[in-house]
Design a protein around this ligand. Structure first.
Ligand SMILES: Nc1ncnc2c1ncn2[C@@H]1O[C@H](COP(=O)(O)OP(=O)(O)OP(=O)(O)O)[C@@H](O)[C@H]1O
Ligand SMILES: [Mg+2]
Length: 258
């Protein structure tokens, strides 16, 4: 299972959702890997805390290596770091990742991540990919490498227009590059049940037959606390209602599936 969490809009919850679902997966005994493709390094900081500043190797080293003519390429496991959490590993990102983008594009390295993750599937049962807030080379690489795609949405009326073009982009990527890619659904994040606009937007999206998942993730300050503590919710506050929502989301996504 290789799940990408993607939305080209910033701040909708991609990193929070990728890390927290991955942490639940790991806590259930599934060998899980998070791949951080965003130069903001938010997932990297979330999982490694202060150790995130100088990891020995990261996703930038991986992409750099695909551009070199080294005779003996490094096994992708060489970029994987342990985290403080059982069964949970990470390929960290790097703030200068973006510097490689035009070279990677011009040399057509779009399937390199897919090849690496296929090799890593021998060691990890679940891989979660966090993406940058742009439909760029790294997001496209992730969509080529994944077999499931989850789309966070923050109930903002402006974001709604972007949602249609996003779904089109994902479908087009599926047709052009990756027939295995399944859109699992739209995850509504920071949902405020007492406000009328979010309720209306969710009802309308469902009315248009868009794949809005049942589980709505509430807004809670626990999320910021969890980022600051560098501890996923399942570790920090297993009984909290925000954590329970993530567990429901995980179960909804895995109903009838492995
Ligand atoms: N359910 C939630 N409740 C409260 N705050 C949340 C929730 N989900 C995310 N946040 C907060 O919103 C901010 C953006 O979340 P996050 O970094 O996960 O989004 P993102 O889509 O990965 O952003 P970017 O596009 O910048 O990578 C963070 O400060 C996070 O703590
Ligand atoms: Mg992010």
């Amino acid at each position: 299972m290789r799940r990408v969490v993607f939305n080209q809009k910033g701040g909708v919850g991609k990193s929070s959702i990728a890390v927290n679902l991955a942490a639940i997966s790991a806590a259930r005994g599934v060998k899980t890997l998070v791949v951080d493709l965003d130069p903001q390094c938010n997932s990297t900081h979330y999982l490694l805390g202060d150790d995130a500043n100088n990891p020995e190797s990261d996703i930038r080293d991986f992409f750099e290596q695909t551009l070199s003519f080294q005779l003996k390429p490094t096994h992708p496991e060489g970029y994987v770091h342990r985290t403080p959490f059982a069964n949970l590993a990470l390929i960290p990102s790097h703030p200068d990742l973006g510097d490689l983008q035009s070279k990677l594009e011009s040399k057509h390295k779009i399937y390199k991540l897919k090849d690496a993750l296929e090799t890593l599937m021998e060691s990890y049962q679940a891989i979660y990919i966090d993406t940058p807030p742009a439909f760029n080379f790294f997001a496209l690489s992730a969509l080529c490498a994944a077999d499931r795609c989850l789309i966070p949405f923050d109930c903002d009326d402006f974001a709604r227009q972007a949602l249609y073009s996003l779904l089109n982009n994902v479908q087009e990527t599926r047709e052009d590059h990756n027939r295995d890619l399944e859109v699992e659904g739209i995850v509504v994040n920071q949902y405020q049940p007492r406000a009328s606009l979010p309720q209306k937007i969710v009802a309308e999206l469902r009315g248009e037959n868009l794949p809005v998942l049942e589980t709505l993730i509430p807004a809670s300050v626990k999320m910021k606390e969890s980022h600051t503590a560098a501890k996923p919710l399942i570790q920090l506050a297993p009984k909290h209602r925000l954590t329970e929502a993530f567990v429901s989301l995980y179960d909804e996504l895995h109903q009838g599936k492995k």
